[in-house]
Design a binder for this molecule. Structure first.
Ligand code: CTP
Length: 401
């Protein structure tokens, strides 16, 4: 939730301006205060009324148009902003900002603010690739602006090229990450795993499980939004790539073990939300297995237990998916794998566990304290886990050599 955060959303005149309405809506629904500033050309593409209706706030389009609660509009906006995000940013606004011009309300806000400024360019490919625009963007980056690069795709001209506004999910993710700087996980590196590993049987088949990856992604995004540097090692999922997070894609348990081993030297905490296969086929067939026999026996061998074997000095947080004796079984895993915290997951409840957006968990620590949480959105469960992690950072960590 972005309660008590103020985002000044600058909209400039490009066809992607309509996407700014979606961003304003997402931020408003996350309980942020969104103050919209539109350039005159932006109002040719989308009306201030749209943004006013979405945000419930007056929309600023003129430097001298008084807003009753603001004395000097551009200075007031510059001061209340926790972040300024310009979406979409045309070549024109980028050039004017790079040159330090302040001839309208948006450029004045940017010049006057001490808040971080995010710029999401969107324009014709030739305009974007022109060295003038590239030089201007480099100037802005050198001054600390955060540039969310545009994507390759079909442009308004019908041409294909780089210039499409980055995705709304990505831009909102970057805004959340920037707002989370200085949060209670600032300066910490958190490695998170997610998804269900897939163990190959032959070139077209694998042994898998029903994990959707939602819990791990929620933990990764929550940690990012609280200021952590996050590395996500994920088995295949259908979830969109989270912004502001280093993502390593793996398929098998062995690949996940190797990726985790590579990530943890920097880690302050490892949160293993992945559903790792316990067994893999002894060997994967080189060619597709044909249905030539009436039965088929696969020989399976154990996969590495990543959490039990990983070495280093960081907090270890495991998950335990259980269908019976939840707390008792989870406690055994906590001890057996030398964990600091275990998240015991009741998979008998249809609204909890695999595939759904909610989860019902009990958090159990080394001291044996067990806190049963009610059914919550996975993002809320993620924040409750991270609350515990923040507390555990103060108590030292388990070293496993
Ligand atoms: N885990 C792991 N490597 C494995 C299996 C599990 O790191 N090969 C991690 C999971 O990511 C999870 C925790 O260990 O954080 C517990 O996983 P779970 O599958 O519930 O426990 P297991 O130890 O595999 O026990 P069992 O399947 O017998 O219940």
């Amino acid at each position: 939730m972005l309660t008590q955060k103020t985002i000044v959303l600058g909209i400039t005149g490009g066809i992607a301006a309509y996407k700014a309405a979606d961003i304003a809506s997402r931020l408003t629904r996350a309980e942020a205060r969104v103050e919209v500033v539109m350039t005159r050309s932006a109002t040719e593409f989308i009306t201030p009324l749209t943004l006013r209706t979405i945000t419930g706030r007056p929309v600023v389009t003129e430097i001298f148009a008084p807003i009753p609660e603001f004395n000097i509009t551009h200075i007031a906006l510059a001061e209340v902003a926790d972040v300024v995000a310009i979406v979409p940013a045309t070549a024109n606004i980028i050039a004017r900002l790079a040159a330090g011009i302040s001839d309208d309300v948006l450029t004045c806000v940017v010049l006057a603010t001490r808040a971080p400024v995010i710029v999401a360019p969107s324009m014709n490919v030739n305009m974007f690739e022109n060295s003038v625009t590239q030089d201007n963007l480099n100037k802005l980056k050198a001054r600390g602006f955060i540039v969310v690069d545009p994507r390759y795709g079909r442009l308004a001209s019908g041409k294909m090229g780089v210039g499409r506004l980055a995705g709304v999910d990505e831009i909102v993710g970057i805004i959340k990450q920037v707002l989370g700087r200085g949060g209670d996980l600032a300066g910490k590196c958190i490695v998170v795993t997610s998804g269900g590993t897939q163990e190959p049987v032959d070139p077209v088949r694998h042994l898998g499980n029903r994990s959707s990856g939602k819990m791990g992604y929620a933990v990764a995004e929550a940690a990012r939004d609280r200021g952590a540097k996050v590395k996500l090692v994920t088995a295949p999922t259908s979830l969109p790539e989270p912004a502001g997070i280093e993502v390593v894609h793996v398929r098998t348990a062995v690949q996940m073990r190797d990726a985790v081993a590579e990530a943890v030297p920097e880690a302050d905490a490892l949160i293993m939300a992945a559903a790792v296969a316990d067994y893999q086929p002894k060997s994967a067939a080189a060619n597709k297995i044909k249905k030539e026999t009436s039965t088929l026996t696969l020989e399976l061998v154990r996969t590495p237990d990543i959490l039990a074997e990983v070495k280093g000095s960081f907090l270890r947080i495991g998950f335990a998916a259980e269908s019976q004796d939840l707390v008792e079984n989870a406690r055994k895993k906590l001890e057996g794998k030398r964990l600091d915290l275990i998240v015991a997951n009741d998979i008998t409840d249809k609204d909890s566990g695999f595939g759904v957006d909610t989860n019902k968990v009990t958090l159990i620590d080394k001291q044996g304290n067990a806190e049963a949480l009610p059914l919550l959105a996975k993002r809320e469960v993620a924040d409750r886990i991270l609350d515990k992690v923040v507390g555990l950072f103060g108590k030292g960590r388990t070293v496993v050599n």
